[in-house]
Design a protein around this ligand. Structure first.
Ligand SMILES: [Fe+2]
Ligand SMILES: [Fe+2]
Length: 341
């Protein structure tokens, strides 16, 4: 089957350190990999980008087509995306700008790439401007991971910091809301996509992490370290409690514009309390044993061994966040038109 145009651009981009010739010669191009809103499959599209005020911006223009490109629907459903830019690859959170911020950013984009004004003129939809946020590591910065305890701490640190961020955003929203009360005050906007996108990524990562622990780490630890079984039972119970709160949050996120912000904030507080206690107890109970297990796992140990060592506990990347699929499906057709300005 002949390669699609997008696939040819993607291959050229990857083979040449992010440079592409032909109609894109000298243009600012990145590869965006999203997760299909319905299919759950990974899709990569080449897109033009604009850097403005320290932000990395893309516009869901689809060249002024009447509908949003598929990649935009994908990132609304799954805000965790992968960005390839030059020779660098990293995970980011995609956050569409809203309201006055969107207007300001779009004006800045048009100053750099005037073609977007033409695209906007061709369609009645408001072209979404998406900020690709690169999450910061914990305050201590990235640390070396060479055993499973380090990996657990890495994921826990990310979960804690992401939850702190969402709570701070929710608090700021409530404060702004309180300040708007009174006669003649403009209508108060809903909680917004900034909170929604971050909270979705938090929930997805939390689910993936706890699923991995329940399915892989805990059974292996219970088998090789029977003295931990009581603690593991408690940790599984805590996973269920946290999952119930996460489901409440997801239900509120389903319609973030009309969700009750006080209810949302209350669920966040519950999540913080339960999750913090869980992470603390898990670290206290498991870190000494996990520190004995190399990560990433080394080559398979030579069989047979009379006694299983801790290093032989199967560790199929059970505690990490969802790993990007290096194989990218061909881009959607609407997305392909976005490589222009
Ligand atoms: Fe954990
Ligand atoms: Fe856990």
């Amino acid at each position: 089957m002949p390669k699609s145009f997008n696939q040819q651009v993607i291959e050229e981009f990857r083979a040449n350190g992010g440079k592409v010739g032909g109609p894109f010669e000298g243009g600012d191009l990145l590869l965006l990999t999203t997760t299909g809103a319905k299919s759950g499959e990974r899709h990569t599209v080449p897109l033009a980008y604009v850097r403005e005020g320290g932000l990395l911006l893309i516009v869901a223009s689809a060249a002024g087509a009447p509908s949003h490109p598929a990649w935009y629907h994908n990132l609304l459903a799954h805000p965790a995306v992968r960005v390839e830019i030059g020779t660098e690859t990293y995970e980011a959170i995609a956050v569409p700008a809203e309201g006055a911020r969107r207007e300001r950013l779009f004006r800045q984009v048009v100053r750099v790439a005037p073609g977007y004004a033409d695209y906007q003129a061709r369609t009645t939809r408001t072209l979404p401007v998406v900020v690709l946020e690169r999450p910061e590591h914990g305050a201590a910065g990235p640390r070396e991971v060479d055993n499973l305890a380090d990996k657990l701490i890495e994921v826990h640190t990310w979960l804690r910091s992401q939850l702190r961020y969402i709570r701070a955003e929710a608090d700021a929203h409530l404060a702004a809301r309180a300040a708007h009360q009174g006669s003649g005050a403009p209508p108060v906007p809903g909680l917004g996509l900034q909170i929604r996108q971050h909270c979705l990524v938090f929930c997805e990562t939390l689910t993936f992490h706890h699923t991995g622990e329940d399915a892989h780490v805990f059974p292996a630890l219970a088998h090789h370290h029977p003295h931990l079984r009581e603690a593991l039972d408690r940790l599984r119970d805590e996973h269920r409690t946290v999952a119930r709160i996460k489901d409440e949050l997801l239900a509120l996120l389903a319609d973030i514009g009309t969700a009750d912000p006080h209810h949302f904030r209350a669920e966040l507080v519950r999540m913080s309390k339960e999750l913090t206690a869980h992470l603390d107890y898990e670290e206290e109970s498991l870190l000494p044993v996990l520190a004995e297990i190399p990560f990433p796992p080394g080559p398979p140990a030579p069989p047979p061994e009379p006694v299983l060592s801790p290093a032989s506990v199967p560790t199929p990347d059970p505690v990490s966040a969802p790993a990007p699929d290096p194989e990218s499906a061909p881009a959607d057709s609407a997305g392909s038109t976005a490589v222009r300005r």
